[in-house]
Write a protein that binds this ligand. Sequence first.
Ligand SMILES: Nc1ncnc2c1ncn2[C@@H]1O[C@H](COP(=O)(O)OP(=O)(O)OP(=O)(O)O)[C@@H](O)[C@H]1O
Length: 497
Amino acid sequence: NISKVSRNLPHWLKVPNVVSSDVKEGKVACDEMKHLLDPEIILTLKESQIESFFPVQKQIITELLENANEMTWQFPIGGVPLSDICCSAPTGSGKTLAFVIPIVQILKYSTFRALRCLVVVPVVELASQVYKVFKTFTKNTNLKVGVANGLKSFSAEQLSIIDFKGAYGPTSKVDILVCTPGRLVDHIHSSPHFNLSQLRFLVVDEADRMMEEVKQDWLSHVERAVFQSANQITQNSNDQRPYQFALLRNHIQRPRIQLQKLLFSATLSHNPEKLQLMKLYNPKLFTSVAKRDKSNLKRNLYLGKYVTPVGLKENFVEVDKSRKPLVLLHILKTMPFKSILCFSNSVQSTNRLCSLMKLMEVKACEFSSNLHISKRDRVVKQFNTGKLNLMVCSDAMSRGLDLEAVDCVVSYDVATSLKTYIHRIGRTARAGKEGSAIALLEKKEIQYFKRLLKDGGKEKIKEIKVNQSKLKPYTSQYQKALAALAKTLQTENNKIK
Ligand SMILES: Nc1ncnc2c1ncn2[C@@H]1O[C@H](COP(=O)(O)OP(=O)(O)OP(=O)(O)O)[C@@H](O)[C@H]1O
């Protein structure tokens, strides 16, 4: 007689704050939140033509600003520290502004320049993207933003974030720094006067991916720099910045800065063991829940299931491996998509597929970790102009990037995990727009793919039938392109030899 054992979850995971996944239905006019926002922020919203807040923005901005107003950013004698925040909301639902706006508003009252906010993201391009959003929202304030993602040389980065010749000694040039974990750790260890003792916010974007990088230990380097640098500098026990887990009265009797952690992702892990790695303090969870799971919230059926944008239509096509390029060409020629993003599973196949498509006269470009960072930057800009119809990419592109007007995402190779699939398809149907996703699947992959989606709580996926006869018009062009590609590869191989 075996009875089902259900997991005993911490209370904050059992009782989440539910965020609407419908960006259009759940949005609120910016005017409705005027009472919380400073005039500088309202001005920038107007300049950016943002008239309403998406659901995740409304909830996170309110949470952070209401509590910050109450507590001030140094928590007072006898005060209780603020909760860390975990937020899981669909791709393209506006998570970036959800943290940018409250952070800018809270930090703009700082009286001297110091590094008070770190935003850590997994990829170089995402760091540049988040940096731009901060630049926009700090332009009517005195705050300065920097980026450390390896696009510049290390010494140039040091000069852009540290003022070595300050009148009162070396200081930070920036209040907010957006960085990749590798570069961050390099600065902690190799940049003199890179000081985290005043850090107030640690934002971890694409947090589930960054938790994997916890294995590389970036978080412990940050925490050591935050909590020990103050001790080393002052040598005065009264000024020390202790770790913040203790809630005993004698630990909170002096005013001190709290380090508040804010975690964001479209696929945030709900696994308490994994989340524990982030050493969260009294966390609060904000999460989107699929419609059908809402009534079962109490049974925690939302756990491990991720919500995708409402305007996204998901499809698959059954196709032999050898015919995949033909089906891709068919999609390009006959379906009403202007900009298609096509994911393959390896850097090598990205390169081959892109070359093949170019030989078949498709306006295509390639984006993968194989390209130099500056080339990747150029490719993205070119694709955003709308002059190219197809970008073939590896999964380096799947996280967080906000490309203009992608109306279809093709999974040329089947995604290796549910999370990878969700981030891939999330490059379309952003900010309440419509979009389509098409997975090209071999017969043997269909069961695996359906199971993958079902485990993630997704069952609605439509099959598009593409008959052989529809592919015939492209066959001779394809044969010629294959022969030309083989020739090019041969020449390249000879050069290497
Ligand atoms: N309130 C708003 N009104 C109109 N557009 C918005 C608003 N908030 C954000 N956007 C736009 O929506 C797009 C998606 O936003 P963002 O990149 O923050 O999404 P995200 O939730 O972080 O997605 P991902 O999970 O893929 O990283 C951006 O182009 C952004 O400019």
